[in-house]
Write a protein that binds this ligand. Structure first.
Ligand code: GLA
Length: 724
């Protein structure tokens, strides 16, 4: 059960496994006391004495006590020397905000956040705390939600200018939490194009450590996520705290260690180059952040995130709906296609049992390469003389659904759209901007641009009768300026852009409830919980090499579930790495997410084509366990040569186990991999070998992983519980 209990000045948020406790101090500052395993009760005295570093403690403002007080939403300039969650330029030029507790309300369920993606649900309770600066009348409303079915707290803040003069926000974090010690390792996900979300773990040190972006998106290089794990915490055991931001733009995720080893964790919109004008009566809503706690290691932390997103964030419609096995034309044809070629590829895909054919980039304007036509979303009749409708009809006549690619947020300088509306591109007047991939970003902070994008996408969806849309976004912001915003609001552009994007997505998913939207941003460059509120799956990476994907999917699973990761079998030699890996391994790895193909099936051998039929059937039959079962990482590609993971159905009756050995080893003992998530009381038969083992044996002794010679060899085992 999830409940929020008020005991005097204490607010205790808890479910059966976790507690989060805060407290109103004598002078009405709001203190953070605890986040971790569920407690029956907590005496604030010990925590506060520890923070105050003595037998007595004095947190009065006059005595600079705020600098030691573990706080819930700290500001800067009134005694707390640490980095603040809230920064305001007041009308008098000062930056202080003296927030004091005013009132609290506890309510059932989870309120929506205006204009922003956020968690939802009924089996949860929300605490609404009002704070106020008496002098300026700036008000802050803090929201905290505790969920019954996952070990997470969702938080956000709303800042209202209750004064009679303009003020300016220069920083408004979604979450700030002060932990009593620094004995943690700090984990982030970092990467690059085609190398997204590598796992980096190092000891927490005094000072600041964190990740942030300023490129307009959550990015290929960073993810809006951080984790703290005890030094001894492993995948299966030990304490871990994870924090993630439900947001797709510039963010900051930071942990700072201060005197006496206290740790302040912060997550929110990146305050660098951010400011927001609040006129009297205006409010600013921060994005939502989620904080999870696990006593079952990093695996437990990840599964808490997976459950949170699946039960409380992802589009309801797609939660348990079948995700069609698709074939995407990108690596099959790139820009070089016409109607006949696409239909012929689709026919070959249909013969293998593929369910959805996706036409990627190259169908509009006169786009024979990436130098032109973004924004001109009219079909290229040279390639598709019968238009989108005829191609779609022919593909659908083969028994396939039809899907299409768009990059709606962009414009090519060589396009009719740009020639008609040069002001619609983000730019600084007078400066020659740089293009990236020969394109500019449309200024989605503008309502007219939002309407254009909405119209372009809906017309394309209608004309093509598409059941699926791949929504791509392939460049970072530069020359950041909007001709639609006044001079003193230019720093609002990046956040206004994201609000504009969310508003368009909201309209589209409502208008086309049966269309499956897949996100993409040069691969996984905006693969974050914010986008996942609108699109249930995201193209995980442009890198389709099976060994690289082991790393990318392993890192991604730190905070995002398999059901969100687009993952395809591609041709060899791989187009990104030149590596040749066995088809069976490419298949086994692609099963780690929403399964599909990224190749020309006509170029496969007869034998490979018939293997595809079995693959598609297996992907369909195992979908529920693979995508929605509990996911357990077993061997890390960041720590050794091998990767292994298992997904286990909720009733523990079925599991899919994958093992991939990177480089072949001479004279090496086959790995004995301890499984997780199975029932020790049940017996399981490995369908592929016919062998039966006790669940306890598989969990505590392991399963032998003997693979053939050669690099990138793999095993894919389906475990089924033996009926008693
Ligand atoms: C990006 C995407 C690819 C593909 C191309 C098309 O790079 O990540 O999957 O759609 O654009 O130009």
């Amino acid at each position: 059960m999830a409940e929020i209990v008020r005991e005097g000045n204490l607010f205790h948020l808890r479910n059966d496994r976790i507690s989060y406790i805060l407290c109103v101090m004598p002078e009405h500052a709001l203190a953070h006391l605890y986040f971790g395993r569920r407690l029956s009760r907590l005496d604030p005295d010990q925590v506060l004495r520890h923070a105050g570093s003595g037998d007595t403690y004095n947190f009065t403002l006059q005595e600079c006590g705020l600098d030691r007080l573990p706080q819930e939403y700290p500001s800067f300039g009134l005694g707390d020397q640490r980095v603040g969650a809230l920064k305001i330029e007041n009308a008098d030029g000062s930056t202080a905000a003296d927030l004091r507790f005013v009132s609290a309300v506890i309510e059932q369920g989870k309120p929506a956040l205006a204009g922003l993606p956020a968690t939802f649900g009924d089996n949860c309770q929300t605490l609404r705390i009002s704070m106020k600066d008496q002098q300026t009348n700036v008000q802050v409303e803090l929201l905290y939600t505790v969920f019954e079915d996952c070990d997470a707290i969702a938080r956000s803040a709303k800042i209202t200018n209750g004064s009679l003069a303009d003020i300016r926000l220069t920083g408004a974090m979604s979450l700030s939490v002060d932990l009593p010690d620094d004995q943690w390792d700090f984990i982030t996900l970092n990467g690059a194009w085609a190398r997204e979300r590598g796992v980096y773990r190092r000891p927490l040190m005094p000072g600041h450590q964190g990740v942030s972006t300023q490129c307009g998106a959550s990015s290929l290089q960073q993810s809006p996520f951080l984790a703290l794990a005890r030094r001894e915490t492993s995948e299966a055991q030990g304490e871990a705290i994870g924090a993630a931001l439900i947001y797709s733009g510039n963010f900051l995720a930071q942990a700072s260690v201060y005197q006496n080893g206290s740790t302040r964790v912060m997550l929110g919109i990146n305050p660098d180059d951010f400011s927001w004008l609040l006129q009297p009566g205006d409010s600013f809503q921060t994005p939502e952040a989620a904080l999870v706690y696990s006593a079952q290691g990093l695996g437990g932390m990840s599964r808490a995130f997976h459950t949170l997103w699946e039960k409380h964030l992802l589009p309801r419609k797609w939660l348990n709906a079948h995700r069609p096995v698709l074939l995407n034309s990108w690596e099959a044809a790139y820009f070089d296609f016409d109607e006949e070629k696409l239909v012929s590829i689709a026919k070959s895909a249909a013969e293998a049992g593929v369910e959805l054919f996706v036409m990627d980039d190259g169908w509009f304007g006169h786009r024979d390469d990436d130098t032109t036509s973004l924004g001109d979303w009219t079909v290229d009749k040279r390639k598709l003389p019968g238009g989108l409708g005829r191609l779609s009809d022919r593909v659908r006549a083969l028994g396939l659904q039809f899907g299409i690619w768009m990059e709606p947020e962009m414009v090519s300088p060589d396009s009719d759209l740009y020639r008609a509306h040069p002001d619609w591109a983000i730019h600084i007047p007078g400066r020659a901007g740089i293009t990236a991939r020969h394109q500019l970003t449309l200024d989605l902070s503008r309502k007219d641009v939002q309407d254009f994008v909405y119209q372009a996408v809906s017309t394309t969806l209608k004309e093509s009768r598409a059941a699926y849309l791949k929504w791509d976004m392939n460049r970072n912001f530069s020359n950041i300026g909007s001709t639609a915003l006044p001079v003193d609001q230019q720093k609002e552009l990046p956040h206004r852009y994201i609000l504009g994007l969310y508003s368009v997505m909201e309209r589209l998913v409502k208008a086309f409830p049966n269309v499956l939207f897949e996100g993409c941003a040069s691969g996984g460059g905006r693969f974050d919980p914010g986008m996942l509120y609108y699109v249930p799956q995201f193209w995980c990476s442009d890198n389709t090499d099976a060994l690289c994907r082991c790393r990318i999917q392993y890192g991604t699973s730190m905070f995002l579930p398999p059901s969100t990761m687009g993952s395809h079998v591609s041709a060899v030699p791989n187009h990104q790495t030149g590596r040749i890996t066995p088809l069976q391994t490419r298949f086994a790895v692609a099963l780690g997410g929403c399964f599909g193909y990224e190749l020309d099936p006509r170029k496969l051998t007869e034998e490979e084509r018939s293997a595809l039929q079995g693959q598609v059937k297996y992907a369909q039959d195992s979908e529920s366990t693979r995508l929605h079962g509990g996911m357990y990482r077993l061997l890390s590609p960041f720590e050794g040569n091998d990767t292994a993971w298992i997904t286990v159905s909720k009733d523990q009756k079925e599991a899919v186990f994958t093992y991939v050995r990177g480089q072949a080893q001479a004279n090496a003992a086959p790995a004995l991999v301890k499984l997780q998530g199975l029932s020790p009381e049940k017996r399981y038969t490995v369908q592929e070998t016919g062998q039966t083992f006790g669940g306890d044996e598989l969990l505590f002794s392991g399963i032998l992983c003997k693979v053939d010679g050669g690099n990138a060899a793999s095993l894919l085992y389906t475990l089924k519980a033996v009926e008693a």
